[in-house]
Design a binder for this molecule. Structure first.
Ligand code: MG
Length: 383
């Protein structure tokens, strides 16, 4: 596939319901998207699902992603094509910018745009290209509320819509109460919590009280860059620990598997695979397979993605190695007031069904996209 040009735009997205985590409340997002123009006129689009600040992880904010794309990643991609000719596979795309450390969200947007072009060229759905087999699967929601009343209202909305798995954001001082309230109200729902690294070695013991509520998992209670201490506290908790922020690559997963094999046991380790957090879908596929072999359960995490980014994640959920429902949806339906696809993603009885359409299976609405997007810069490729 020969590329003519790469353009980076910022898309304005307004959340219908503000989303609260241990590090703040978001209501408006400026999202970088990469548009790769092939020489045959096709356009591939990839989203970098940034947050307003680097409070979740380094380099997940829009300014960092724009710098990485404009200064390093896209010029490297252009140089690789000028030197070696058209891109024939994803490995060559990834190799062109492998020298750049980190920048996982920025890299994943380029890779997603490349996968979009690949699927168009093959006239095949992404899930099939990635080795997916499951066409229908249950999906869950992520709830970020500021009070127990907020959380209960959002959970009720989600359960009414048929979702069978709820995830709720917690932090020290806001953990036992929302969990107890949710469990009393919904005794049978699959329930999990996400701390986004809000606890430390002095406060984590408060999480012992959650063992009484039959939670599926406790996600990333400790430091964003830690695996070791998570493995240590997992020996002390009955509820499995799920790693999110601290997993960037297959190597990180291998370290986690070794630590849990020597300690709490791999049945008490779960991995949230966020394709952008591991630099793209190619790495996410090998991670899903490795976890499956080792008896570590996985699911697909979301990042307040637009419907376009969500559609990619839903295709990824078609892999048979993915065990648990992902958090692709919000309790109130669509995340944003105005999104980049015209038809909202539909679920029935808490299940999503993948189609046979080429690419992510939804059509980007170019008129809306161009209305919401502001061009930032472009890189021309020699061809
Ligand atoms: Mg998380």
């Amino acid at each position: 596939m020969k590329l003519a040009r790469a353009e980076v735009v910022l898309v304005d997205l307004h959340l219908r319901t503000p989303f609260t985590t241990s590090f703040g409340t978001a209501s408006q997002l400026h999202r970088p998207f990469v548009v790769l123009h092939a020489t045959d006129g096709r356009r591939g689009v990839g989203e970098a699902p940034t947050l307003p600040t680097p409070a979740y992880k380094p380099e997940v904010d829009a300014p960092a992603v724009l710098t990485s794309l404009g200064e390093f990643i896209l010029p490297s991609l252009a140089r690789a094509q000028a030197r070696d000719g058209a891109f024939t596979d994803v490995d060559r795309v990834r190799a062109s910018y492998a020298w750049i450390k980190g920048a996982v969200f920025a890299k994943s947007a380029v890779e997603a745009a490349w996968w979009d072009l690949t699927a168009q060229e093959a006239s095949a759905p992404l899930w099939r290209i990635w080795g997916g087999e499951r066409r229908t699967f249950p999906v869950g929601v992520s709830i970020g509320g500021k009070s127990v009343a907020d959380v209960l209202t959002l959970a009720e909305r989600a359960v009414e819509r048929g979702y069978q798995r709820l995830k709720v954001k917690i932090w020290p001082g806001f953990d036992l109460e929302p969990v107890r309230a949710l469990r009393e109200r919904f005794p049978d729902v699959v329930l999990q919590v996400d701390a986004n690294s809000a606890y430390d070695l002095t406060t984590w013991e408060g999480l012992r009280a959650l063992d009484a509520f039959d939670l599926l998992l406790i996600e990333q209670p400790l430091y964003d860059d830690d695996v070791y201490y998570h493995a240590q506290i997992s020996r002390e908790l009955r509820t499995p620990i799920c790693l999110d922020e601290s997993i960037h690559s297959l190597r990180d997963v291998d370290v986690a598997i070794a630590l849990w094999q020597a300690g709490a046991g791999t049945e008490r380790l779960i991995v949230n695979i966020k394709p952008p957090r591991v630099s793209g879908f190619a790495e996410a596929i090998v991670i899903a397979k490795r976890c499956h072999e080792a008896g570590v359960r996985t699911w697909i995490g979301g990042m307040l993605d637009s419907a376009w980014g969500k559609a990619f994640n839903l295709n990824f959920n078609g892999l048979p190695e993915i065990d648990l429902p992902g958090d692709h949806f919000s309790p109130g339906g669509a995340y944003f007031m105005d999104d980049v696809i015209a038809e909202p993603l539909a679920i029935h009885d808490g299940q999503f069904a993948l189609g046979e359409g080429a690419g992510p299976g939804v059509d980007l609405d170019w008129e809306r996209f161009e209305r919401l997007a502001e061009s930032q810069f472009a890189v021309d490729f020699a061809h």
